[in-house]
Design a binder for this molecule. Structure first.
Ligand SMILES: [Zn+2]
Length: 208
């Protein structure tokens, strides 16, 4: 096996999981300080990813986790109490020394989301592996998260190789909506579901 993928097969703290909260600890509100616009968009072969300019952070215990990019999975990777969702967005943050934190947002079928529409509009222009300039304001980025940011918290991994662990996961409890047409458009962009299967929790604690 390629050592690059070793953690994907042998890790004990892999994501995604079926989220079943095991500990009610009154989590602190998420300290999201988003100030920067998007700068580019890419189909990297796994997903559609929007890269963000510097200046947006998620503060955790006084440490700045800088927002680097956000991307999408259809259907959702994590499940919540056994429920899968048609789309899950991952906002990926990193500290200067490489620690990772993800904020995940679920979407259920309903009204179209305007920020998704703006991203989806780029699909016909995307070639795998080639980033294109993309403008999206910080307010449009924030519209990809619900007002109510209550969340589930657990330790996990990246869901694509190298599946690195010690990633702080924050999955928002409140879903937004995506239209049937938007779900189908993502599917036809890829031609396959781009979610990783559910992984074993191995006794991990999920806080809420
Ligand atoms: Zn992801």
């Amino acid at each position: 096996m390629n050592t690059k993928y070793k953690m994907c097969a042998q890790g004990k703290q892999q994501t995604p999981i079926n989220i079943v909260p095991s500990k009610d600890v009154d989590l602190k509100p998420l300290d999201l300080q988003y100030k920067a616009d998007a700068k580019s968009i890419i189909n990297n072969g796994h997903t559609i990813q929007v890269n963000v300019a510097e200046g947006s952070v998620l503060k955790i215990d006084g440490v700045d986790y800088k927002l680097k990019q956000f991307h999408f999975h259809v259907p959702s990777e994590n499940n919540i109490k056994g429920d899968s969702f048609p789309l899950e967005a991952h906002f990926v943050h990193a500290t200067d020394d490489g620690k990772l934190a993800v904020v995940a947002v679920m979407f259920k079928e309903g009204a179209a989301n305007a920020s998704l529409a703006k991203i989806w509009k780029e699909f016909p222009n995307l070639e795998v592996g080639k980033a294109l300039p993309f403008s999206m304001s910080v307010d449009e980025i924030k519209a990809l998260m619900p007002e109510n940011k209550d969340y589930y918290k657990f330790m996990g991994s990246l869901t694509t190789p190298p599946c690195s662990e010690n990633v702080k996961w924050h999955v928002l409890k409140t879903p937004l909506t995506i239209s049937k047409e938007q779900i189908n458009a993502f599917f036809s962009q890829f031609g396959f579901p781009n979610n990783r299967p559910i992984q074993n929790t191995n006794g991990r604690v999920v806080e809420e």
